[in-house]
Design a protein around this ligand. Structure first.
Ligand SMILES: Cc1ncc(COP(=O)(O)O)c(C=O)c1O
Length: 427
């Protein structure tokens, strides 16, 4: 009896919280309708309602959302509901009920990206999406692939594996941070092209200093020369508003568990329809699927719960709006970087140009060991960050808040850094 009462009151409380979070988000959206996004970016009453939609650990300050982000409570609850459903009788509920729901998520993702649903495959992450193209392209010994040394290490390792296996040649270009301009980056790539170049592989936003690349220009450059261009959009999709038309790319891979705030273990591959027949899937698929984007989803038994909850993550994203999100990210980045950039030895290495940067920031402090800095920020202030060290080029901390980050958390990071710059890290 007691047990039953406990469970019914726990379920009631959960329902209350769910309703409450949706109602809060709706009320928040209503309060800012029609106001410019750059003004809403500073409206803490609005963002407080967004912050309440998350169940994050507020005893630590998470400034490494770039690695992977927590999903809002509504997305987590949806994922858990589907997980429980699929476990009731997996072969029925997963294959008959939930898997067809993936088609809704495909359609919603296509609408957000601005393409045909038949050009979207849902993957487990950006790595899978990009490697499908990296390993699926026919290349022969001597063919050249151009990328940068600031592309994602796993994507570079995948090309290096093809070097060892197939004898292709990988060229990793270096560039200064921040670079002088977008044109500089386009020219860097153009100058590296040779008659043997078959692939260009670049990030839309790098995972280090958050540098945005001139993707459309580079895609056109490749198309004019018959070179395949692969865009790593792991950090870009839903961090700032754009659609496929702004990129005009043929291949695009992204994570959904970063800036879309979808369940952990979700990613997306876009492939232009005309390219689908020529790319081999990473896991074998029936010949009848040769022209079907779903040939890239033939990975055997896997949970439908994460994938189906993508629809709820898109709802949450839409309820804030891409423009408001991007302006908030820029506001948060400037809030900490403008307070720290004038301190002795401090360099802000992300670009400040809104065309070249959004939510990702990068700070370096002369003479300070970055690994020790990460450790000290954590042990003394419970500020969670990550560091990047490119010997002979740059080193520092990447700072990635998200929509649930509070101003108090940003200011605590600022105070901690001020203290460290003034007093150093105790030995
Ligand atoms: C630029 C970039 N590409 C690819 C990836 C791989 O993403 P995932 O872990 O979702 O496979 C990451 C992850 O941080 C990344 O930053």
């Amino acid at each position: 009896m007691e047990r039953r009462r406990f469970f019914s009151s726990a379920t009631g409380a959960l329902a209350f919280f769910q309703m409450d979070s949706v109602a809060r988000a709706q009320k928040a959206a209503g309060s800012v309708t029609g106001r410019p996004a750059d003004l809403v970016a500073r409206d803490e009453d609005y963002w407080a309602r967004i912050q309440e939609a998350f169940t994050v650990d507020r005893t630590l300050i998470n400034l490494n959302n770039g690695g992977v982000s927590p999903a809002p409570r509504i997305v987590m609850d949806t994922e858990i509901r589907y997980l429980q459903m699929q476990n009731m009788n997996p072969t029925y509920y997963m294959w008959r009920i939930l898997d067809p729901g993936v088609e809704t998520c495909r359609r919603r993702l296509a609408k957000t990206f601005g393409c045909d649903p038949e050009e979207i495959a849902i993957t487990r992450n950006a790595s899978e999406a990009l490697e499908i193209v990296q390993f699926g392209l026919d290349l022969k010994a001597g063919d050249e692939v151009i990328t940068t040394n600031q592309d994602y290490p796993r994507m570079i390792s995948s090309w290096q594996q093809r070097e060892r296996r197939d004898g292709i040649v990988l060229k990793q270009l270096k560039f200064p941070v921040p670079p002088p301009s977008l044109d500089f980056l386009a020219k860097l790539i153009e100058d590296a092209i040779t008659p043997k170049t078959k692939v260009i592989h670049i990030c839309q936003i790098t995972n280090r200093t958050g540098q945005i690349f001139p993707v459309k220009k580079i895609c056109r450059m490749g198309r004019e020369r018959g070179i395949e261009v692969i865009i790593d959009g792991a950090h870009a999709f839903t961090q700032y508003p754009f659609t496929h038309a702004d990129l005009d790319c043929d291949y695009y891979g992204t994570s959904l568990h970063k800036w879309l705030l979808a369940p952990i273990g979700t990613g997306m591959l876009y492939m232009r329809k005309s390219k689908i027949p020529k790319i081999w899937p990473m896991m074998g698929a029936d010949e009848s699927l040769a022209n079907d984007i779903r040939k890239f989803e033939q990975i055997g038994t896997h949970p439908a719960s994460q994938r189906n909850a993508i629809a709820e993550a898109i709802n949450f994203h839409d309820s804030i709006g891409g423009e408001r999100k991007a302006e908030r990210f820029r506001y948060l980045r400037r809030r900490w970087s403008d307070q720290l950039r004038t301190l002795p030895g401090v360099k802000i290495l992300n670009s400040d140009d809104p065309e070249q940067s959004c939510g990702i920031g990068f700070i370096s402090v002369d003479g300070v060991d970055t690994a020790k800095l990460v450790g000290y920020l954590w042990s003394k202030y419970r500020v969670w960050t990550t560091s990047f060290n490119s010997p002979g080029e740059y080193s520092g901390l990447r700072i990635t808040p998200n929509v649930y980050t509070t101003i108090e958390e940003i200011d605590t990071f600022v105070e901690a850094m001020r203290d460290i710059v003034k007093r150093g890290i105790p030995g």
